[in-house]
Every structure is written in C-alpha cells, then in structure tokens.
Design a protein around this ligand. Structure first.
Ligand code: GDP
Length: 418
C-alpha cells in the first residue's frame, strides 16, 4: 500500500505521480482536504485539474474513493464528474464516504468573511469553504454526507446551523443565506450522485484482504499540515502519511511505501513564511518559465530555490521510502543553482524546521550547484541525464535523507524517469 504525499508547501506534482502509479492500482483514495486541491494530470486523455476526484480516475479498473477524512462540496463534485464525463472519462468507479463532511454554501461565505476580517493577517485560502467545514466538524456542528438520506431531518439541520451562521454573516454586513436554497443545492447534487455515496470501509477492508494495490493520494504538503506545518498558514487537516491512515480508514501497519513528492525548487500558494522565496525579476523568470500559477485559483505562485530543510523535515514526519522529484526540467537554463541546506536564525545555523514564529526570522544558507544548461525533456533513461542534473538529484538525496525513486522531466505521464 502506497501513500503519495507532498513534502513541501503543496503543488509538488502529486497529481501527476498518482496518475502515473494509478495505472497499476486497484483502489485510489483521497484521504483529506476538499476541492481546494488542484491536482494536474496530463495524459493521453488531455489535461485535467482535479479538485476532489482522485487522480486514479483515468484507470477504468481502479476504484476511486473520497475517504471519510475529506470534506465534500457535493455540487462541486457533480460539476467535476460532469467535466470528466464530457471528456469521455467514466466516473462509474467513484465512491464517496457517507462519513465525509459536507462543505455547505455557508462555509464558503464564512471562508470569505474570515479572510476579509483577518485583513493583513489573511491566510490566503482558496475561498472554497474547506477551513470552515473542518472547523464545524471539529466543533461538532458538521453535517455528514449520510445525513442527506433523511431529507426532512437534513433540512432541519441546515436551518438550525444557519441560525448562528446567518447571525455571523449579518453581523459583518454580509447577506444571510436561505435554508431552503442551501438544502436544495445539496439534495439535488446528492440525488445526482445516487448510490456513489457509500460506507467505504468494506471497500478498503476488501482491498486489504485481497492484497490489492492501494494508492493514498495526499493533498497539499507537510508544510501545510495542521499540526506540523506553518500554523496558522496551514490547511485544516493532516496531509502527512499518518493522516492517510485515519482519513482513509487504513490500519497504519498496511502502509508500506511512502512517496514524498518534491519539486526541484520551491513554490507556495497562500501566505506564511517561505525562506527561499524570490522576488522581482528573478521570481518572474522562474514563475514564467515553470508556469507557476495555482491550479484552483489561477493565482501566481510564490517561487523560490530548493529548500532542503522542508523536505528533510517532511521525511522525519513521513519516513519516505522514496522521493519523487518533479519539474527538474524547469532548471535547465541556469548556470548555477542556489540550493538551501540550512537556515540561520538569530545567529544560529540549523537544519531543523522551527515553528512559524521562528521560521519568520530564518534566512537561508545556500550552496551553489552547477546547472546543466540544456533541455532534458527528451531524456529516456535516468542514467542519461547530464552529470550536473544527476549531482543535483544526489544532493537532494543527501540533504533530505531518502532516495530519489522517480524524476519528472515534463508534465505528461510519460515524462517520468524511474
Ligand atoms: P499537485 O497539486 O501536487 O498535483 O500539483 P499541481 O498540479 O498543483 O502543480 C504541479 C504542476 O506541475 C502541474 O502543472 C503539473 O502538470 C506540472 N508538473 C508535474 N510534474 C512535472 C514535471 O516533472 N515537469 C514539468 N514541466 N511539469 C510538471
């Protein structure tokens, strides 16, 4: 059983790696997050940005599950399924846990309100209501998917929740929401999903019993983990492999392989400390070259040099059996590539990841590695990569502490070296 998780700030290319591995998977599970994700997959069917649907959807033989740890905007899910079906992709194998929590229109309204009221301390969320949905879940106000099965009770629940939600919205000058309309949107989407809403535990148990090939697809990355990331600039769930066990319903001892996905440099969407961040023309050059724009919001991503401290920390939390390095092809035209191996904080040099308040004072310590100065997208064998590119990968292995098992040299599924 394999978990594919982000080892940086998110957007590492987990979608591509999952799609690649899913060709030989029986079950692919998203275990946390919601439609704030944007996993890009480029394969023989086209280019897709998946928000909720697992990146295994292109393998017609794989079951694709949204686990109980996810939060689901049902209307958004229906829209995504319709988009996929429009491209000729069957979505018959999608299943959604009836224990997953609903993202309701009032969560979206509260997400936007919260960001607005935080002002300069805003988090930079995608505005999809994911944080407020998780807050309701933890605060015991959430509504699980199974609750839509009893329409009368569901409508009552929505109306009751809206009493306090609307009071907050109105207090801050926003329009209140209508309980009937909110419930209608969800019930209509639930009807479209029909019997795809199930208890997913028997599916997972059956896969374990059959020794089936299971892939667990994480969203975001270790630096955005609720407990271990750059709090409060984190997501409201656990993208670590440990989160996969709980969020998918997999007993932890069954997860035998953990792939940490790292970009060959660093990017982040949203706020929070990012020590190797570039600015000005240097940032523009990397962003343009690598087309670093958010898959969900289209926002320009913050870009920076490779920061080994972050994936090293992610490795300590995940025990990667291997690393998948993506976008190595994007560094082809640099003569020398800065590579951060440590931070200096208050005059002390460290390779440990400090908590946010200290990280904000960190300055990166760089080595400069030799660039390879050529395109590598046509390379078909890892052994044929330029020496400098191999040295770059070796330095990632040395500083992070785990072997590089896969290398991405283009966005397409096929542009992957083992
Ligand atoms: P995810 O959310 O972790 O799946 O990552 P995103 O989809 O948000 O961002 C990764 C971007 O990098 C997408 O546009 C991918 O198509 C692209 N990508 C992934 N791997 C590679 C690679 O090895 N080379 C290039 N050039 N692009 C890649």
């Amino acid at each position: 059983m394999t978990a594919v998780v982000g080892a940086q700030w998110g957007d590492e290319g987990k979608g591509k790696i999952t799609d690649y591995l899913a060709q030989h998977a029986d079950l692919v599970i998203r275990f946390q997050g919601g439609n704030n994700a944007g996993h890009t997959v480029v394969n023989e069917h086209g280019t897709f940005k998946l928000h909720l649907v697992p990146s295994g959807i292109f393998n017609p033989n794989a079951l694709c599950v949204l686990g109980p740890g996810t939060v689901v905007d049902l209307a958004g899910l229906v829209e995504e399924l319709t988009m996929l079906e429009g491209s000729g992709i069957s979505t018959a194998n999608v299943r959604v846990s009836d224990r997953a929590h609903l993202v309701l229109p009032y969560h979206v309204a509260l997400d936007r309100l919260d960001e607005r009221e935080r002002g300069r301390q805003r988090l930079g969320t995608t505005g999809r209501g994911v944080g407020p949905a998780y807050s309701d879940k933890v605060g015991r106000h959430g509504i699980q998917l199974c609750e839509v099965r009893d329409e009368r009770r569901f409508r009552e629940r929505v109306a009751h929740e809206l009493l306090t939600k609307n009071a907050i919205l109105e207090r801050f000058g926003d329009a209140p929401l209508d309980a009937t309309e909110v419930a209608d949107v969800v019930l209509e989407a639930a009807a479209r999903l029909g019997d795809r809403i199930v208890d997913t535990l028997p599916l997972v148990e059956d896969a374990v019993a059959r020794n089936a090939r299971v892939l667990l697809e994480g969203q975001l990355g270790a630096m955005r983990d609720l407990d271990w990331g750059i709090y409060p600039y984190v997501t409201s769930s656990n993208p670590l492999a440990g989160g996969a066990a709980v969020g998918a319903g997999i007993p932890p001892r069954h997860i035998t392989r953990v792939i940490g996905v790292v970009k060959a440099y660093s990017t982040a969407v949203g706020e929070g400390p990012f020590p190797t961040e570039l600015s000005g023309p240097e940032a523009d050059r990397l962003r343009e070259r690598a087309q670093e724009y958010g898959a969900t919001t289209g926002r320009p991503r913050r870009v920076g040099w490779f920061d080994a401290v972050a994936p090293r920390y992610a490795h300590r939390l995940n025990a990667f059996t291997e690393i998948a390095v993506t976008k190595l092809d994007m560094l082809g035209d640099y003569e020398r590539i800065p590579f951060c191996t440590a931070y200096e904080i208050d005059g002390r040099v460290t390779t440990d990841m400090p908590p946010t308040a200290m990280l904000e004072r960190a300055t990166p310590r760089y080595e400069h590695l030799e660039g390879w100065g050529c395109a590598i997208t046509a390379v078909t064998d890892r052994a044929l990569l330029p020496l400098q590119a191999k040295a770059y990968l070796r330095r990632i292995e040395e500083t992070v502490g785990a072997p590089v098992g896969m290398v991405g040299i283009g966005p397409e599924r096929t542009a992957t070296l083992l």
